[in-house]
Design a protein around this ligand. Sequence first.
Ligand code: HEC
Length: 125
Amino acid sequence: MPRSFVSCLGLFVGLFLGLAPAFGQQAGPDKFFDDRPPPLPKEVLSDSKLIARGEQIWKEQCAHCHGSKAYPGKAPKLTPRRYTPEFVWDRVNNGFRGMPAWKEVYSAEEIIGVVAYVMSDEFWP
Ligand code: HEC
């Protein structure tokens, strides 16, 4: 076998091994999972502690844009009856256009709390 072929093969193998982890990382499930809603079953959404924490966050961070005292047009009036918990989670966690993302601000549990509050009967914008 000529030497140049052997070193060429070596280069390919090296490249492949070097790049494989990079591809793996890009398509890895962890990164995707971060931006996708966790399971949000009824038992979680009706947890009164989570709802209470969500209400606190709503008053501190959300009401001045979405609440009845916010100036009209600043943010849409929320209509939870038309939402799924997963939709609310996505908007709160990831943001959307004028809606800020909160994933860097609150813990995963706190974000679930906000969802639980918005979807609960106690929700009062
Ligand atoms: C800086 C103002 C601002 C703050 C603060 C804010 N939002 Fe929003 N929010 C928006 C705007 C603007 C939109 C509309 C985005 C779009 O669809 O273009 C929006 C959209 C939403 C939607 C989707 C509404 C729909 O019908 O499409 C939800 C749910 C929501 N916000 C919840 C929240 C919650 C919960 C908080 C507090 C954690 C919050 N927002 C804080 C401005 C804000």
